[in-house]
Design a protein around this ligand. Structure first.
Ligand code: FPP
Ligand code: MG
Length: 331
């Protein structure tokens, strides 16, 4: 009962692929700016690759906002640095051993080094942001970074809390993932001094895209496999993180079955069989459909950004994701 990983976000776009290669080169270059003693760790963290979704979003939004420039490329690098830093810390919190098909920093070097490495990368990202001409950009990046941490604080605070509602979940996810997607989509418009109505549309688009992505990622944690996804899955239930499919099952199962599931979730006999129960209760389908709905609303925001070819690429990307999620929800 797997969930196919890796939806094809970007499709075949040679121009974007080329530009992403240049951004990748710049991301890796950052390692050489650190003290030689720290460089090896930074290089390992940055070489992990990954989907580079946030830089791609900066580039796509940047093209709509006014074109690819040094500021847009720098922005793509900065957003990815904050993301990589947050994942290093996240793997400490989740005690995960595998990320992007390699050992996590935590598994390789332990908690102390990983916390410091995440801090160093985060600080480096903010330092780069302060070099951009418009000071508002750095403020936006700092705000989104704070939101990420707030999301993680709320998530940690609500662990094993069976009173958690769907709205609570969406609030946490909006902070921990929505915020960085939001900033990736909005800030290119800030760089080009776009009208507030466009900035707001881009902001809302990014936020909803991010939430939809996290819903999918949470489904992957419950229904995917480590081998296919390249990361340690199944940590959410063990850590008492109730994600959307689980919350839906708890809220919609007949009272006695819901009670049994609650008892198992907080009990000490393990979570075996929970994923099957959640799927039977329609939790996976519900969550994936919710993500599709959010993407529909995100597409509505894109209309404000114009009808041109470049805005069309953002729409196509959103539709590719919707197709993937619809197919997965019918399987
Ligand atoms: C992945 O969540 C984690 C995040 C989206 C954000 C994590 C943020 C922090 C730990 C705060 C630290 C932030 C900074 C700026 C240093 P997940 O565990 O649901 O996803 P996964 O399956 O990819 O691990
Ligand atoms: Mg994690």
């Amino acid at each position: 009962m797997g969930l196919r990983p890796k939806p094809d976000w970007l499709g075949a776009d040679r121009e974007l692929e080329q530009e992403l290669k240049e951004v990748e080169r710049r991301i890796l270059h950052q390692a050489s700016l650190f003290d030689p003693g720290a460089e090896t760790y930074v290089r390992y963290a940055l070489e992990g690759g990954g989907k580079r979704l946030r830089p791609a979003l900066v580039l796509l939004a940047g093209k709509v906002a006014g074109g690819w420039s040094e500021a847009i490329r720098d922005l793509a690098v900065i957003v990815e640095l904050v993301h990589v830093a947050s994942l290093i810390h996240d793997d400490v919190l989740d005690r995960a051993d595998l990320r992007r098909s390699r050992a996590t920093c935590n598994a390789k070097w332990g908690v102390e080094l990983s916390v410091l490495l995440g801090d160093a990368l985060f600080a480096h990202g903010l330092q780069l942001a302060t070099k951009l001409e418009n000071a508002e950009v750095a403020r936006k990046i700092a705000e989104a970074s704070r939101n990420l941490c707030e999301g993680e604080i709320l998530q940690t605070q609500r662990r094993f809390d069976l009173k958690m509602s769907t709205a609570d979940y969406l609030h946490v996810v909006g902070l921990k993932t929505g915020a960085l997607f939001r900033v990736a989509a909005e800030v290119p418009f800030l760089v080009y001094g776009a009208a507030e109505v466009k900035r707001e549309a881009a902001r809302s688009f990014g936020q909803q895209l991010g939430v939809a992505y996290q819903i999918y990622d949470d489904c992957l944690d419950l229904f995917g496999t480590d081998e296919e996804s390249g990361k340690t899955l199944g940590t959410d239930l063990r850590k008492g993180k109730w994600t959307l499919p689980v919350l839906h099952a708890l809220q919609t199962l007949p009272k006695d079955e819901s009670e049994k599931l609650r008892t198992q979730l907080v009990g000490e006999n393990g979570v075996e069989g929970v994923a099957d129960k959640v799927k039977e209760a329609g939790g996976l389908k519900f969550a994936l459909r919710k993500a599709v709905d959010l993407l529909e609303r995100a597409k509505g925001d894109l209309k404000v950004l114009g009808e041109g070819r470049e805005a069309g690429k953002l729409t196509q990307m959103t539709e590719r994701l919707q197709d993937y999620l619809r197919t997965a929800s019918d399987e």
